[in-house]
Design a binder for this molecule. Sequence first.
Ligand code: SAM
Length: 302
Amino acid sequence: MERSIKLLMDKYGIKPSKSLGQNFLMDKEIQAKIVNACNIKKDDLVIEVGAGMGAISCELAARAGKLAAIEIDRHLLPALQEALKQYNNVEIIHGDILKLNLKDDIIYKAYRTGLTGGQEFKPARIIAVGNLPYYVTTPIVEKLLEEENIDEIIIMVQKEAAERILAKPGAKNYGLLSLMAKYYSKAEILFNVPPGCFFPKPNVYSSVVKMSRNKTPPVHLLNKELFFKIIKSSFGQRRKTLFNALYNANLVPLSKEEIKAVLKETGIDENTRGEALSLEQFAQISNAFSEISERISSLHRQ
Ligand code: SAM
């Protein structure tokens, strides 16, 4: 077991909490491999999700301009503070990543006060890093992807979650997460990590995934909100056809026949299921519905 983490656990009487997904990364080589993969420079702002007792935080702080280390569990904070005490470019944020407003609480704060107080800090890049708690991986990844100020995301997740991020149409694990990852980023699996690298050992393998934000999205959308609503309703009702998903979710103010007619115009079979549709096809469908909805509302306005 890695000595510094073990010492902190003993000193502060820390017992890993299963419900908070606490599997601490003990393997020094993997810690270094993750930090190296981030390619951090002195003018970058790093946001670490679930800092724990600082297994990778110290090296992140040493390389970054600023580090915002987020941790939900107050029992870990004294250990995290001790691990990071030599760095004056770190703000430890006690909170739930899913409830924090990343823009206001971290990014704009860095712009205004340099995050840790003092001069403003305008980072060259914003990098989100984390050995994520596996019980909330999906909402965390969704949140990081949706925060458009973040340039790079390097996260360790359960191997199955990494495969879902990279899944292609037709695969069993293809879904909203795969489509979001493709819309917002170029994603790749960097390497896998065996259970023995953690304490306590999880039952599963992990993978480190890198997502680099697309400067221009791969598809043009007339209405991004509608696009993701259509995807959600298609996967929320897996066994339903595209037509049923669209009709039941009541996303567009159209009759059954009108929905069928719009789908026919796109050339996409109304009986196709969401899991078979590519990002480009979802874009085509949502643009077709958004155009027709726009035409209807402008008729109502006249
Ligand atoms: N980074 C540390 C490491 O590698 O050893 C800890 C990783 S552990 C897998 C996940 C960490 O995320 C835990 O410290 C846990 O308390 C924290 N965590 C769990 N849910 C969280 C949430 N919603 N917001 C912020 N941190 C969370």
